[in-house]
Design a protein around this ligand. Structure first.
Ligand SMILES: NC(=O)NCCC(=O)O
Length: 416
């Protein structure tokens, strides 16, 4: 074949792939895992998986079988459903501490031009069967995506979207409290919060609902992005709740909301406070962060000897008025594609495959929390860390007269 003809064909193929990707898929596959599985020989896929998603207690993760009724609901409502089990070594003095954790990713349910209340109620309606599926699967702790009760309108900088904000005990919390009670389930509900007692200001907040339907507490997002179209500081400021760990019926949990995942010290602080599972409810788009997504979560799980649960929303949300974000790009009316890909990472460097890149989904994992201490004992990161050195450097760095500790080669500027 002529060289030019071949390269024309290649161009055609690339075009075809790009077309396929405009539906949010990866070359027609709805996750990287599925693309690899379909295209590699079984033994190649096994080796690639070993390196890409690691081994748990020396072997690949087992899939969990869920009740048939749950599978049927996922088919009826068209959401991706996956379930896995993380093991820990058997101990002589402690019983296994297995908890079942669920994560839900979803697209919005109505166009952003619909009346606000209709938009919110449509999301409630869409989530109901997925939350019920989690409950019927025996999920103990369930987490939804960042600002799940609204479109992620913060790209627009228009203030009218503030109307979606609710107090911590508002209608979204009340909606979820009934499921918490019904299924004896802890639910993490990331919302746009309006703080009624403090001048009605807004926060990006995760409400933790206990398994009796009670509100255990809240955490407010510590790090607010100012990158690309993520103009969130137009709406709310850096959180004031520190790094709380919530002791629940099923373990000690914390929430590192979205952009906080780029800050290793944020992850560390939740670990120092004793978290066993840290949830990372997010809203992020492919062009901006996709290569970072699996790495940051996994690294946090390894470095802090806890489980990380990553959730990202799905789909492309188009807004009524085009906007720019000071980056020289032409005005546009959407963020780009929210790529889903929710998954779990474990302290032993293993992780689950990800949910679909373009469909709603529920991913479930059983995790034996004994694995956290086992990894602390094995790798000793808590013992070998030099917190005193870091604290000293940070204390000096915070001073206005800080000077970086740099030792320059005296020959660097010498003229020969
Ligand atoms: N929601 C949010 O904080 N997004 C920021 C973008 C990112 O961190 O990938």
């Amino acid at each position: 074949m002529e060289k030019t003809q071949a390269s024309e064909m290649q161009k055609g193929e690339v075009k075809e792939q790009l077309k396929a990707s405009s539906d949010g898929s990866i070359c027609g596959f709805d996750s990287l895992h599925r693309l690899l599985k379909e295209n590699l020989k079984p033994q190649h896929f096994q080796e690639v998986s070993r390196l890409l998603i690691g081994l748990n207690c020396g072997r690949g993760l087992d899939a969990i079988s869920l009740p048939e009724s749950v599978t049927a609901v996922s088919v009826e409502h068209g959401f991706d459903l996956q379930a896995f089990s993380f093991h820990a070594d058997k101990e002589l003095l402690r019983e296994p501490r297995v908890v079942r954790v669920g994560l839900i990713q979803n697209s919005i349910a109505l166009p952003t031009t619909a009346p606000f209340l209709d938009q919110k109620m449509a999301i409630f309606k869409k989530l109901k069967p997925i939350i019920d599926a989690a409950g019927a699967s025996g999920v103990n702790i369930l987490c939804l995506q960042e600002a799940w009760m609204m479109p992620f309108a913060f790209c627009t900088r228009e203030k009218r979207w503030c109307e979606f904000a609710e107090p911590v005990d508002g209608e979204s919390t009340q909606f979820l409290q009934s499921f918490a009670l019904k299924y004896n389930m802890v639910i993490i509900s990331p919302i746009l919060e309006r703080d009624i007692n403090h001048g009605k200001v807004l926060w990006n907040t995760a409400v933790v609902i206990g398994n009796h339907g009670n509100i255990i507490g809240k955490h407010r997002k510590n790090h607010i992005p100012r990158v690309g179209d993520f103009n969130e500081s137009t709406y709310y400021m850096e959180g004031n709740t520190g790094h709380p760990v919530f002791e629940t019926a099923y373990g000690k949990i914390a929430i590192n909301i979205c952009y906080g995942r780029h800050h290793p010290l944020n992850w560390l602080a939740f670990g120092l406070n004793g978290a066993e599972i840290v949830f990372n409810p997010s809203a992020t788009v492919g062009e901006l962060s996709e290569p970072m997504w699996p790495i940051e979560a996994r690294n946090a799980a390894i470095a802090n000897s806890y489980f990380v649960a990553s959730i990202n929303r799905v789909g492309t949300e188009t807004f009524p008025n085009p906007f720019t974000s000071g980056d020289g790009k032409p005005a546009h009316a959407d963020f780009g594609h929210f790529y889903g890909s929710s998954h779990f990472s474990a302290p032993d460097a293993s992780c689950t495959p990800s949910l679909s890149r373009n469909r709603d989904g529920l991913i479930i994992a059983d995790m034996d929390l004994n694995l956290c201490r086992q990894l602390k004992d094995k790798w000793g990161f808590r013992m070998t860390a030099r917190y005193d050195l870091y604290a000293d450097t940070l204390a000096r760095y915070l001073k206005p007269d800080f000077e970086p500790q740099v030792i320059s080669d005296p020959l660097l500027h010498k003229k020969y």
